[in-house]
Design a protein around this ligand. Structure first.
Ligand code: PBG
Length: 331
């Protein structure tokens, strides 16, 4: 950086631009906007069901009718994009509920699309909520078989896109999944549907509450054989580069808060929009402390999301989306 020379008798006074709230707002480098937020939601069967998720206070497993109502509330607050996860009535080893035409997510997408023509509907593409063993792919001889899983992921994405999803989000961490989805979508004349890839998805303990919410904990072993080692960052660059080469329209780093260095590191080499997922465990930590009165919830949440944006994320997936939109409009 070029050295700034000034006469020694002129004192540096950085506080001048911190004096009043409007001055601070004028020079603020990072701004949050509800339009960059994605609100994740869990959908299940039944009618008029709003089942609280205990480890994620304020989040619910919603039946389709309640989901439509919840999204209506979120839209009034300025949230334009949702990410859907499904809880099927039955599970089986091949996760058939994920790619069933009458699957829970497919039904939810159709209902949301009918209610809100311009809502951005993003669907999670993975098998773990639908498989009886809880793994993200097909298990062969006790291991998740990469290539046997690709076709099922592609079928899942195609069925969600056919139901009306704008964006599909592969999160299974199978090699080649973006290419498999792109091929499947294009062959099904769904070339307009975008792929937001969970590219650098780490094997994280911060997914704990989600697995309770989605009933998707693996029944044996763990996900370290396919999700990334939290110790690695160069490998994240490779994952992102591969997904871009396979045709990803948006790439993601997940989780967000413990991986801000990863976001900042990949930002300059990622030419597409970069998403970060502020995951369930990050949400639960804040909620637990706030319920005790130990932290100021709105300030902590806004500080965390600002940090994720400052690190370089364009889009932020967060369970706080609705609350944040409310806080931002009342400031
Ligand atoms: C599905 C999936 C998971 C999350 C998003 N998609 C769980 C996992 O990989 O175990 C986690 C999201 C969160 O914790 O908020 N594979």
């Amino acid at each position: 950086m070029q050295q700034i020379t000034r006469r020694p008798e002129v004192p540096v006074r950085l506080r001048r631009l911190r004096r009043t709230a409007p001055v601070r707002a004028l020079v603020r480098e990072t701004r949050l906007d509800p339009q960059q937020l994605i609100y994740p939601l869990f959908v299940r069967g039944g009618k008029r069901v709003r089942e609280p998720i205990l480890s994620m206070p304020g989040q619910f497993r919603l039946s389709v009718d309640e989901l439509v109502a919840e999204v209506g509330t979120a839209r009034h607050l300025g949230i334009e994009a949702v990410l859907l996860f499904g809880l099927p009535d039955v599970k089986d080893p091949l996760g058939k509920g994920a790619y069933a035409e009458e699957g829970i997510v497919q039904e939810a997408v159709r209902a949301l699309r009918a209610a809100y023509s311009d809502l951005v509907i993003i669907t999670d593409v993975c098998l773990c909520e639908y498989t009886s063993h809880g793994h993200c792919g097909v298990v062969v001889d006790g291991e998740v078989d990469n290539d046997a899983t690709l076709d099922l992921l592609a079928r899942t994405a195609v069925s969600q896109a056919a139901a009306g999803a704008d964006v599909v989000g592969p999160s299974a961490m199978m090699d080649g999944q973006v290419a498999a989805l792109r091929r499947g979508l294009d062959e099904a004349r769904l070339g307009h549907v975008a792929i937001m890839s969970y590219s650098a998805k780490y094997a994280s303990a911060f997914y704990g509450p989600f697995r309770e919410a989605a009933d998707s904990a693996p029944q044996f072993g763990d996900r370290r054989g396919y999700q990334m080692d939290p110790a690695n960052v160069r490998e994240a660059e490779r994952e992102l580069a591969l997904d871009l080469a396979e045709g990803a329209d948006v790439v993601m780093v997940k989780p967000a808060l413990a991986y801000l260095d990863v976001i900042a590191r990949v930002r300059p080499v990622v030419p597409v929009p970069l998403a970060a997922y502020n995951v369930s465990g990050e949400y639960a930590l804040v909620k637990a402390a706030a319920q005790q009165g130990w932290v100021d919830e709105s300030r902590v949440v806004l500080e965390i999301l600002t940090a994720i944006a400052r690190a370089g994320a364009d889009l932020i997936i967060t369970y706080h989306a609705k609350e944040v939109a409310g806080w931002l409009s009342s400031r």
